[in-house]
Design a protein around this ligand. Structure first.
Ligand SMILES: Cc1cc2nc3c(=O)[nH]c(=O)nc-3n(C[C@H](O)[C@H](O)[C@H](O)COP(=O)(O)O)c2cc1C
Length: 210
């Protein structure tokens, strides 16, 4: 795109927190969704979607996601509290089939509500970590907490949670000969506002040989 007079230039420091947030979620997209299961020290199960989510490196196998502080009171979200208390979590991939229950778990329920029950999803015992997996999810990654990077303690701030993947589970048909079959996963991605995207219009590009 050319730099022309019609371009809009914004200094994010001149915006309100809400305006910055809207530009953040409108400018980085589509975003994959980590559907994170965790468990409190008292054994209460928790589920919540996080689209500030990506992989980091393969050896060690690290993924990360970023829970912001709660927009009502600046407190930590339950997912982060649980992970700090227990040191383990599961990242479940969100397929089209579980889009609606995933969305249900994004309500800010009190900490004593079992969000598997609230969403009608099935907890499946994990092999190596305490929080259960989401049985209906096509890919489940069991993670051990590697590090939490705190970026503030006020509304608008958040933390980066880095986890080491210690086990990966694939639903039947999703994993074939060392490859993951996207058409079987049917992942969805988050866009701005309340919009989502399917991965149905893809194309290939060969990497240059230099
Ligand atoms: C698709 C989707 C993606 C979301 N991504 C994030 C995110 O990356 N960071 C965040 O702080 N909240 C995110 N949220 C909001 C949280 O899911 C919501 O605050 C939730 O209640 C947190 O639950 P918890 O307190 O049980 O951890 C997202 C919500 C949806 C529906």
């Amino acid at each position: 795109m050319n730099q022309t007079a019609e371009m809009v230039h914004i200094d994010p420091d001149t915006l309100t927190n809400q305006e910055r947030y809207k530009l953040l979620i409108g400018s980085i997209l589509p975003r994959p969704i980590a559907f994170v299961s965790s468990i409190s020290a008292d054994g209460i199960l928790n589920l919540a979607p996080y689209s500030f989510f990506t992989g980091v490196c393969s050896t060690p196998l690290i993924v990360c996601f970023a829970p912001m502080r709660r927009s009502v009171d600046g407190e930590k979200k339950d997912t982060l509290r649980n992970i700090e208390a227990v040191g383990e979590f599961v990242v479940n991939v969100v397929s089209e089939e579980i889009a609606e229950p995933m969305n249900l778990t994004s309500g800010e329920y009190p900490a004593d509500v079992d969000e598997f029950k609230a969403a009608g999803l099935t907890p499946l015992p994990s092999e190596k970590v305490k929080p259960p997996r989401v049985a209906e999810s096509p890919i489940q990654m069991e993670c051990v907490l590697h590090q939490v990077v705190e970026l503030g303690d006020h509304i608008g701030s958040g933390s980066l949670v880095l986890g080491r993947v210690v086990a990966i589970h694939y639903a039947p048909g999703v994993y074939e000969n060392g490859r993951v079959i996207t058409s079987k996963v049917k992942p969805i991605a988050r866009l701005a506002g309340t919009s989502y995207a399917r991965v149905t219009d893809t194309f290939d590009l060969a990497r240059p040989v230099v």
